[in-house]
Ligand binder design. Structure first.
Ligand code: EPU
Length: 428
């Protein structure tokens, strides 16, 4: 196992290219199950969650081939193989196999999903949607069993705005008889991306990206080609990094409107950000002003950027308050940032950050994906060397992070973990 080392304090400049969106990719791949033919997805990120999903598609009889970042999945020979255990537990997005397999085969057995530990992450809204479409859903020994004689379109009001439930219901509803209406749907760009793929496969989905999505069921879907949207969270992470350490950093392959909640806050803090088509030019500022943020559903400030943004706020003057309304316990990064000398208190679902506090390199542990990103941001700003263990969490979502940061001038490298690191990792 490897750890990540960062010698902080170096100024960054150059261009970084953003990869395809992880949270789209993890839904697009299961969606290909519905095609019953060949689907090519162009621009997939090179991250471990995608590797796991490709293996899961092969487990159920799919053929997966890859040329560069383009992946072709032939789903014609797939079967409704039960997946109660094993790889499905590695990531949260395996829950999309429920909707896609239910849509295609009218049955599925899928182990309850894993993913980042951010506190309670129920899937009751997914299940409510499947049941409304006519499926019988039971939970047996940690796996969800879904079965339907037939799926029938329905009106489904989501009690909680959920990205996963909105996409999962779309996946099943495209093969239901008649019309499905999802009300109080999530509006994240990833939902539009999945709807675009499904429509290219022959589905009839209208309203994706608004809070009412209308789906007319279709008997057959087929193969197609689709280009994934850029990863707004990866783009946001590099924008945050450039906000202090960037002399002049270009973030390339972004959709600037996807990042408006972040760029507006960074401008309030004193960062100069210029948009130029599908890139952002970021000029960092060493005298940042503290701000408060509250995470919200899209287009509000994304919870997935809360952790890296918290690290940045340690370098901003005054007191800043970060409140997470989506995952109220998403603060595992705070203890690690404190090891680096950050002055942060967690009060309920908020973190109160006192700045400016010089950060010091330390041995820290990434407990989840974005906590890892937060430690990378902190390490780049700190004096001395920061050692991050638990980098497999970071590799789940950041494509070639070491290489990309090195190309900007960061001093970042990997080393094998020592026995002492392993002890720290296990006991932490
Ligand atoms: N919720 C329920 N019931 C449900 C579903 C969700 O109560 O049936 C609650 C959740 O507990 C949470 C809120 O609703 O409080 C929003 O959850 P949502 O379903 O939108 O989250 P998700 O689909 O499980 C995706 C991303 C997360 C991201 C959230 C919010 C994927 C695979 N994951 O999760 O990404 O934080 O949306 O935007 O798409 C990450 O990339 O680091 C990550 C955790």
């Amino acid at each position: 196992m490897e750890k990540l080392l960062i010698e902080g304090g170096h100024q960054l400049r150059g261009t970084v290219r953003v990869s395809g969106a992880k949270n789209s990719a993890v839904a697009l791949l299961p969606a290909t199950i519905l095609a019953g033919g060949e689907v090519t997805i162009e621009g997939l990120p090179n991250i471990s969650d995608i590797d796991t999903l490709k293996l899961l598609l092969e487990d159920i009889g799919g053929t997966v081939s890859q040329v560069g970042d383009d992946v072709t999945i032939d789903s014609s020979k797939m079967i409704a193989m039960p997946l109660p255990n094993g790889r499905v537990k590695k990531l949260r997005a395996s829950y999309y196999f429920m909707g896609a397999m239910l849509g295609r085969f009218k049955k599925a057995v899928i182990g309850l999903p894993g993913g980042c530990d951010l506190g309670p992450r129920p899937i009751d809204q997914h299940i409510k949607g499947f049941e409304a479409l006519g499926a019988e859903v039971t939970n047996e020994q940690g796996a969800i069993y879904l079965r339907a004689e037939k799926l029938t379109g329905a009106k489904i009001y989501l009690d909680v705005v959920s990205v996963g439930a909105t996409i999962n219901i779309m996946l099943a509803a495209v093969r239901a008889e008649g019309k499905t209406v999802i009300e109080n749907a999530a509006k994240e760009p990833e939902i539009i991306d999945v709807a675009t793929l499904l429509n290219s496969m022959g589905a009839n989905i209208k309203g994706a990206g608004t809070d009412v999505i209308r789906i007319e069921g279709t008997e057959e879907l087929g193969g197609c080609k689709h280009t994934i949207i850029p990863d707004r969270i990866e783009a946001g992470t590099y924008t945050i990094i450039a906000a202090t350490k960037g002399e002049e950093v270009v973030i390339d392959n972004v959709i600037p409107t996807h990042l408006e909640s972040l760029t507006a806050k960074l401008r309030e803090m004193g960062v100069v950000i210029e948009e130029d088509g599908d890139s952002l030019l970021v000029r960092g500022n060493r005298k940042l002003t503290g701000v408060d943020i509250k995470t919200l559903v899209y287009p509000g400030f994304p919870t997935d950027l809360q952790q890296p943004f918290t690290a940045l706020l340690t370098q901003a003057s005054g007191t800043s308050i970060v409140s997470d309304t989506i995952y109220q316990a998403r603060f595992k990064h705070v203890d690690e940032l404190r090891r680096m000398n950050a002055k942060i208190k967690v009060e309920g679902s908020s973190a109160v950050i006192s700045g400016v506090t010089p950060l010091e390199g330390a041995k820290v542990k990434a407990s989840d994906l974005r906590a890892g990103a937060s430690l990378v941001v902190a390490g780049l700003m700190a004096n001395g060397v920061t050692e991050i263990v638990g980098i497999e969490h970071i590799e789940r979502g950041y494509d070639q992070i070491t290489e990309k940061l090195t190309s900007l001038g960061a001093h970042i490298w990997r080393e094998q973990m020592t026995e002492e690191d392993k002890r720290l990792f296990q006991n932490a």
